[in-house]
Design a binder for this molecule. Structure first.
Ligand code: CA
Length: 238
């Protein structure tokens, strides 16, 4: 299960198998200006984190399949991203294990949204300060193309180019994976959401529009290249 969108604030991934709780936490986060994606099990959660590199993870301890503690251990293998564990009231052992495995904080269920939001903000502030996560002023560059995430501006050769919101998001996703394949599934999931069941031609139409706006010769693209049968790749050959 993936949801949430809306551009702007830092991204939070929630891994929680109780739909009502996941939903109310998502709502509270979105109200605070965060973007949210959620997963209801550990495997999907880890995939979301690897794909989207969120600013923070909210991680339930009691999950079906892979436990929250296993998920925490796996995240810590390759990431310092802040993790707040959501633990059951009577499970002192889970709190201790979570912190030992590298979680940054925990809240005990049932928690107030106000308390959770305060902890989320505090963890994100801390990680921003220590440079783990730089949300401000992210500028992606490739050849003559620059994309300023926060200003929501794209320039080619210093000339501002007008992109529609979906085109912008598509380019951002491609540039985050510069010189690496972005599969059709990743692009559709990222730009239109995992619940999108529309025509996959929509993606090709948006790629075509981007090429017209960004490429010297749109019919012979050098930046946004097709990887036949799989997806697209943003190429920075410099
Ligand atoms: Ca649970």
């Amino acid at each position: 299960m993936t949801n949430g969108n809306g551009r702007s604030g830092p991204l939070v991934v929630i891994i929680e198998d109780e739909p009502a709780l996941a939903e109310s936490v998502s709502f509270a986060l979105e109200t605070e200006g965060f973007r949210v994606r959620s997963a209801d099990d550990g495997v999907d959660g880890i995939a979301l984190i690897r794909r989207h590199r969120p600013a923070l993870v909210l991680l339930d301890v009691m999950l079906p399949g892979l436990s929250g503690l296993d998920v925490c251990r796996q995240i810590r293998r390759d990431s310092d991203i802040p993790i707040i564990m959501l633990t059951a009231r009577d499970s002192e052992a889970d709190k201790v294990s979570g912190l030992e495995l590298g979680a940054d904080d925990y809240v005990t269920k049932p928690f107030s949204m106000r308390e959770l939001m305060a902890r989320v903000r505090s963890q994100i502030r801390r990680s921003t300060r220590t440079g783990q996560y730089a949300d401000t002023n992210e500028v992606l560059r490739g050849g003559k193309i620059t994309l300023d995430v926060d200003a929501h501006e794209v320039r080619v050769d210093n000339e501002m180019v007008e992109l529609r919101p979906k085109e912008f998001k598509l380019l951002e996703t491609l540039m985050h994976r510069t010189n690496r394949l972005s599969t059709r599934e990743v692009l559709i999931d990222d730009v239109w959401g995992a619940t999108y069941f529309g025509d996959t031609k929509t993606l090709d139409v948006h790629i075509k529009r981007l090429r017209h706006k960004l490429e010297k010769d749109p019919s012979n693209p050098e930046r946004i290249v097709t990887v036949r049968g799989l997806g697209y790749k943003f190429v920075d050959d410099q």
